[in-house]
Design a protein around this ligand. Structure first.
Ligand code: GRF
Length: 209
């Protein structure tokens, strides 16, 4: 499905996360503040049943469900269940926020390409298969980069290769290690996701699979 010249409609987010969920919490906080009009969290799903993000979502009374890797014989079956859950919740934009599993082309297609991801570097630098977490920050430091940041991008079958929606930059400081750099980039992520959602909600956008 193409969404060229897509008409504006309220964004109903389906957030997929595997861990602590600080990006999900940042998005929720900005929605609660009233600064993200026409955006709501319709559902949160995790591929890890013990993920802290699910405990937070329950406490916050947001619709959430676990689709644990161990409970499915294949990624396809797991994704089919997530698709069904998100569709039932009226999700029209999937937000990957620390989701530690590659989504399949069929999953992306099921949402007409409306799937976003956030990556902790300035793509196209330091992205691609296996480039997650501290591996990314270690690569930035090893390369001697003087700045890093994060990238919100559309998800396509090429890992970390989809069109860029938003980037936030941070400096790499003398004496940085992967932990200090990760913390600075994470704070930038918490700005970048809400800002990119605000942009998508407030103006017609075009993204075709
Ligand atoms: C972030 O660094 C993000 O870039 C990466 O995973 C981390 C997610 O953190 N994809 P959280 O679960 O949102 O706290």
């Amino acid at each position: 499905m193409s969404n060229d010249s897509k008409e504006q409609q309220p964004l109903r987010l389906g957030i997929l996360a595997s861990g602590r969920g600080s990006n999900a919490q940042a998005i929720h906080a900005v929605i609660q503040s009233g600064a993200l009009l026409s955006v709501s969290i319709a559902a949160i799903a995790s591929n890890k049943k013990n993920a802290p993000v699910l405990a937070w979502a329950e406490d916050t009374r947001l619709p959430c469900e676990a689709f644990d890797n161990k409970d499915f014989q294949s990624r396809e079956l797991q994704e089919a269940s997530i698709i069904k859950y998100f569709k039932n919740q009226g999700v029209n934009l999937v937000v990957l926020a620390g989701y530690m599993r590659i989504v399949s082309p069929d999953f992306i297609e099921a949402f007409g390409g409306q799937v976003l991801n956030i990556h902790p570097s300035l793509l196209p630098k330091h992205g691609g298969p296996g480039m997650v977490g501290h591996k990314v920050h270690s690569a930035v430091l090893a390369a001697g980069d003087t700045e890093s940041g994060c990238t919100v991008h559309w998800v396509t079958p090429t890992v970390d290769g989809g069109p860029i929606v938003w980037q936030e930059r941070v400096p790499v400081l003398p004496g940085d290690n992967p932990d200090t750099l990760a913390a600075r980039v994470l704070a930038a992520e918490h700005q970048a996701y809400p800002l990119s959602l605000q942009q998508l909600a407030s103006q017609p956008y075009a993204f075709a699979l």
